[in-house]
Design a protein around this ligand. Structure first.
Ligand code: URA
Length: 230
């Protein structure tokens, strides 16, 4: 399997392209996630329903991608006895939604990790070139000490994801994971090529991009469906 993304920096001599491509990808195959995703894909899903489902999947995806967070034993006292019990170690996470659709995942993730910090990344997609253009960035000053979960429902061309990772690195981030609802093979390849250290969590990998950079079969424009702007 080969996809033509124009990106071939480090894969040419790899004997199994699919294994190379999938090395960084975690597909959250939980039946609840898959069921909710199917409801969202349906074009008759209401704006309200779409937002609620995105929120719920955000929470479930967050549960999956925090599975390996480090914990440390702390001494506590239950009503019955003292004990050593596990707590999350280190500084709180940073959730970094790419505006505007990334905010759809944020609420659900914050419900699960309420003390997380939030970085906002404003990027829009140039309709002609499909390149990401930055218009806003605000992140916690100590981002270098925190695990950053970059969130955007759609990993399509990979341009926005790569631009966002680059911005986060420029501001000091050292550990970044990427969470999305749907990924196109083209976007996975681009992110894998440009930022091989970034692990991806997605609910599904779709077939391809159309000529406008939309994921097929996909679910259409996630921002428009979330906010009812079309
Ligand atoms: N962004 C979207 O909202 N949908 C796509 O299919 C691709 C990018």
């Amino acid at each position: 399997m080969r996809f033509d993304t124009g990106c071939s920096c480090c894969r040419d001599d790899f004997y199994d392209f699919e294994a190379w491509l999938m090395k960084n990808v975690n597909v959250a195959a939980h039946p609840l996630i898959q069921h909710k995703l199917t409801l969202m894909r349906d074009k008759t899903c209401s704006t309200k329903g779409f937002r609620q489902l995105l929120n719920e999947i955000g929470m479930l995806l967050c549960y999956e991608l925090t599975r390996d967070l480090p914990v440390e034993a702390v001494k506590i006292e239950t009503p019955m006895a003292e004990m050593m019990a596990p707590k999350l170690a280190g500084k709180k996470l940073v959730f970094a939604p790419i505006l505007r659709a990334g905010t759809g995942f944020l609420e659900g993730m914050l419900e699960l990790v309420p003390s997380a910090r939030v970085a906002h990344i404003g990027l829009y997609r140039d309709p002609e070139t499909l390149e990401a253009v930055e218009y806003y960035f605000k992140a916690p000053h100590d981002i270098a000490d925190r695990l950053v979960i970059l969130i955007d429902p759609m990993l399509a061309t990979g341009n926005s994801a790569c631009a966002a990772v680059k911005l986060l690195l420029k501001h000091g981030a050292r550990e970044i994971r990427f969470a999305c609802l749907l990924a196109a093979p083209e976007g996975i390849e681009k992110l894998r090529c440009m930022h091989p250290d970034v692990q991806i969590w997605t609910a599904a990998i779709d077939n391809h991009l159309d000529t406008h950079g939309y994921i097929v079969p996909g679910l259409g424009d996630a921002g428009d469906r979330m906010f009812g702007t079309k």
